[in-house]
Design a binder for this molecule. Structure first.
Ligand SMILES: NC(=O)c1ccc[n+]([C@@H]2O[C@H](COP(=O)([O-])OP(=O)(O)OC[C@H]3O[C@@H](n4cnc5c(N)ncnc54)[C@H](OP(=O)(O)O)[C@@H]3O)[C@@H](O)[C@H]2O)c1
Length: 269
């Protein structure tokens, strides 16, 4: 089940900031590589991408990486072309890059608003702009998996309007494009992670926790989840693997929520 032998997966934001723990993009890359896919990754910081590459290669997987800025059209085009030159095809595209900046419309500067739109949403347009024409020419088509957030479905307790708006937009971008490509052998779906423990979550603690107190911030996140714990990057990576694999061949335009029950709950127990 879920084998990806012979498939090529292009993944954005697969960098790993430390040897400790797993970011979502890095875990997806490892998971897909373990199932036989060749990974081609683009990341803002090359050293972080090379850390993920080394981890994958240490397990016998195939991974190539290059520096890429997903907000820059020329950089995305170069990434897609490099993947195509190396492997001659792209079967799977994972749009993982994303980041939240705090603020409501009154407090958020226009520069931050624009950066959030570019990083979280325009990036998805740019990669699909270059990859969809490649996938539709392939006899076996392709699968696109976009990474959203439950902040695109609900208010999750902190003001981050640009993040919420972009993550909601990703879901509708995916649905509309999925319908357009449904008869062209290309599937597009969205994964919607809830509260996930990653190295980035530790950065959030510095920003949002009173006094930057990490343990209290993590306990608060655990307590918000009906399952009483945050998810980890592997919970998200397993969902990505399913939507990337041929076993989900009749699923397109859908959201797979990976949240331990948060969005099914009113918050009262
Ligand atoms: N963590 C959560 O609780 C959570 C919950 C819901 C949804 N998500 C979503 O899941 C995704 C991954 O989150 P994560 O927590 O794993 O974050 P992460 O560890 O910060 O990973 C994001 C990666 O994106 C890269 N990146 C940032 N800007 C880029 C750019 N302009 N071009 C190319 N690469 C860039 C980063 O590179 P550097 O190495 O240079 O920093 C990093 O490797 C995001 O879309 C996020 O919104 C996360």
């Amino acid at each position: 089940m879920f084998r990806l032998d012979g498939k090529v997966a292009l993944i954005t934001g697969l960098g790993q900031t430390s040897e400790d723990g797993w970011g979502i993009g890095a875990a997806i890359a490892m998971n897909l590589a373990q199932q036989g896919a060749s990974i081609f990754g683009g990341n803002r910081t090359l050293a972080a991408a090379e850390r993920t590459k080394a981890r994958i290669e240490a397990e016998g997987g195939i991974c190539h990486v290059q520096q890429a800025d997903v907000t820059d059209c020329a950089s995305v085009e170069a990434l897609v072309n490099a993947c195509l030159e190396r492997h001659g095809r792209i079967d799977i595209l994972i749009n993982n890059v994303g980041k939240s900046e705090p603020g409501c419309p009154a407090t958020m500067g226009e520069d931050i608003w624009d950066q959030q739109i570019d990083l979280n949403l325009k990036s998805v347009y740019l990669t699909t702009h270059f990859v969809l024409p490649i996938m539709e020419k392939q006899e076996t088509g392709g699968a696109v998996v976009n990474v959203s957030s439950i902040a695109g479905l609900r208010y999750i307790g902190k003001p981050q309007v640009a993040y919420s708006a972009t993550k909601a937009a990703i879901m509708q971008f995916t649905k509309a494009t999925a319908v357009i490509y449904a008869d062209r052998r290309v599937r597009l779906n969205t994964i919607v992670p809830g509260l996930i423990y990653t190295p980035y979550t530790r950065e959030l603690a510095k920003r949002y926790a009173p006094g930057g107190e990490e343990a209290g911030y993590m306990k608060m996140r655990d307590d918000q989840v009906p399952m009483k714990r945050m998810g980890d990057a592997w919970d998200v990576a397993n969902a990505a693997l399913f939507l990337a694999a041929d076993e989900s061949r009749y699923i397109t335009g859908q959201e797979l929520v990976v949240d331990g029950g948060i969005t099914s709950s009113t918050g009262r127990v």
